[in-house]
Design a protein around this ligand. Structure first.
Ligand code: SF4
Length: 232
């Protein structure tokens, strides 16, 4: 894994660098209040719907499910595939997502007696394994559910994290694997749910607003003094 880390040789350097990034982002943006959901079940459903789609689209689909009064395990299971697909249509890939929602609700009903808290009572490693065994749940979705639903300390990585840490000079390539980048980050931070919650949300906010994919707005960026990309 060492080859993925650039100029920051020692573990202390990496750790300080990460805390420095967090402090600057928090000072600049303030608290992000993630995950925006009224219940843990809504959080999980929105995480499954959020795959490959913008958050606005997820919100529309969740709104439809609430209006139809079916945002519950039984509500989803008792709704026909056609009707459910129509309701989640704004979130894209609606036939596939309909199937995923039904499969997940069936799994919760059969394996955990329809009790999300029983699933969340598993330790992080078992919970991750169980979530990843569900079709259509990948690393990012599983870890989002663990962090924001089960409220357990795991660092969520996404394409924003890879872009930001690459530009800042922490990693050598944006092509680093999900698990390798997560391992680097988690080996250098004290695992705390609230901190990981806020850090991931701040990275997403910063990359959406400032460190954009094509034209980063470096002159407005609170990280420019410690950024490789800006100082090259
Ligand atoms: S200085 Fe530019 S490239 Fe570096 S983190 Fe900020 S916006 Fe991104």
């Amino acid at each position: 894994m060492k080859q993925d880390i650039t100029k920051l040789a020692s573990s202390n350097d990496i750790s300080q660098f990460l805390y420095n990034i967090y402090n600057k982002l928090y000072e600049f943006w303030g608290p992000q209040h993630w995950w925006p959901a009224e219940t843990k079940f809504e959080m999980v459903i929105s995480a499954i719907l959020a795959q490959n789609i913008s958050w606005n689209s997820v919100e529309k689909a969740i709104c439809n499910l609430k209006r139809a009064n079916i945002l519950s395990i039984e509500g989803i299971l008792q709704t026909s595939d056609e009707k459910l697909a129509e309701l989640v249509k704004p979130a894209g890939y609606y036939n596939q997502k309909t199937k995923r929602l039904k499969e997940f609700c069936n799994f919760l009903k059969k394996e955990f007696n329809s009790d999300l808290e029983k699933l969340f009572a598993l330790d992080i490693s078992s919970l991750r394994q169980v979530l990843l065994s569900q079709k259509g749940i990948g690393f990012e979705t599983a870890d989002s559910i663990i962090l924001y639903g089960a409220e357990k300390p795991i660092f969520v990585v996404d394409s924003y994290t890879k872009r930001l840490f690459y530009r800042l000079g922490l990693i050598e390539s944006e092509k680093i694997s999900y698990n390798d980048l997560q391992a680097i980050i988690m080996a250098n931070l004290t695992p705390q749910t609230k901190f990981f919650n806020e850090f991931h949300a701040l990275i997403v906010k910063h990359c959406k607003e400032i460190c954009k994919s094509k034209k980063p707005i470096c002159n407005k960026c609170c990280l420019r003094l410690i950024c490789n990309y800006f100082n090259e």
